[in-house]
Design a protein around this ligand. Structure first.
Ligand SMILES: Nc1nc2c(c(=O)[nH]1)N[C@H]1C(S)=C(S)[C@@H](COP(=O)(O)O)O[C@H]1N2
Ligand SMILES: [Mo]
Length: 326
């Protein structure tokens, strides 16, 4: 097999068409091999590959040239301390206790990393992460994150708008939804040895939600690359939805006509809907969603409709019954 360096970019697509005879995940695994040897992610072009490799062993590293986002993308709430946001995590592939992901994250190898972008698009491909991001300036956005378990944080993410990335692949008129998949590899993600959920973790959005300017593909937080426990090297952030929609460590993105199967909806459809918009008026069957505990606070605070982003996103759901489409 030729190495990735031998392939001009135009041939990667032909290669992808061949690879698509195999299933989604084997394609992605192959992509990781194809991408090996490339210099790792930097905000502005290349850096010495050896230095990068050493840096990756140390974990998160600073990102350069981050633009501050406009105010509507910067919550004014006090930010959650970085220590809390990186040690109190839900990432079941790394264990189900809140401190398991931080302890197990060192097993995850994020370089090289590629993403298979496929389905209802004119330009499918298996894209090294560097190439996926290269045209897009990195932005810092401060978003509230509301977990369905009724706790919340405020996190300064670094990333690029998902819609800008998807447009480059030229979605067809049949692309009504976007499906996402996390890496499947029980050696790197030992939580996958237990069937807590059906692995790989899957999530999905309607195409207009995916294209909404608030929807972020994050590569960093607190000015650095993402730690493994927060979904390195690439995760979704959808701030008006419960946290479980914000899928971590993404290796597959598929545009499609039908509503995607999603991990939590598949495991407990009566508890976790496809839409999962933050809604204080619709209780989880086992607890109220009216209030939440901001990590670091003692008292609970009221939960806001759409997590406080209603003026930006409520129109997406005009005419829908949000109790039925919970
Ligand atoms: N692959 C994967 N993505 C995931 C999860 C997970 O278990 N696996 N947990 C989700 C849940 S429930 C939440 S609240 C957020 C937590 O993100 P954080 O740990 O960065 O705060 O990640 C989401 N993304
Ligand atoms: Mo969550």
């Amino acid at each position: 097999m030729p190495s990735h360096r031998d392939l001009p970019e135009s041939q990667i697509t032909d290669r992808e068409i061949y690879l698509r005879r195999r299933d989604f995940l084997r394609t992605s695994a192959t992509a990781a091999v194809l991408a090996s040897g490339l210099p790792a992610l930097t905000a502005c072009g290349t850096e010495d590959a050896v230095a990068q490799t050493k840096a990756s062993v140390r974990g998160p590293r600073p990102l350069a040239d981050i633009l501050p986002a406009p105010n509507r993308f910067r919550a004014e709430d006090p930010q959650t301390p970085e220590k809390d946001a990186t040690t109190y995590n839900n990432f079941y592939e790394m264990g189900t206790d809140k401190d398991d992901p931080a302890r197990n994250a060192h097993r995850l190898r994020t370089e090289p990393w590629s993403v298979s972008v496929e389905g209802e698009i004119a330009k499918p491909g298996v894209i090294p992460l560097e190439d996926l991001l290269r045209p897009h300036p990195l932005e810092e956005r401060v978003y509230r994150l509301r977990c369905v378990e009724a706790w919340s944080m405020v996190i300064p993410w670094v990333g690029v708008p998902l819609g800008d990335v998807l447009k480059r692949f030229e979605p067809t008129s049949k692309a009504r939804y976007v499906a996402f998949e996390t890496l499947l590899d029980p050696e790197q993600l030992p939580g996958q040895k237990r069937r807590v959920l059906e692995w790989p973790y899957r999530e999905g959005l309607r195409i207009d939600e995916a294209m909404h300017p608030l929807t972020l593909l994050a590569v960093g937080m607190y000015g650095k690359t993402l730690p493994g426990q927060n979904g390195a090297p690439l995760r979704l952030v959808v701030p008006w939805k419960y946290g479980f929609k914000s899928i971590k460590s993404i290796v597959g993105i598929r545009l499609q006509a039908d509503e995607p199967v999603t991990a939590w909806n598949q495991s407990a459809p009566g508890e976790y809907g496809f839409y999962a918009n933050v809604n204080p008026e619709v209780s989880h069957p086992r607890w109220s969603q009216a209030r939440e505990r901001r990590i670091g606070d003692w008292r609970k605070r009221p939960t806001l409709p759409f997590n406080g982003y209603g003026d930006q996103v409520a129109s997406l759901y005009a005419g829908m019954d949000l109790r039925r489409n919970f």
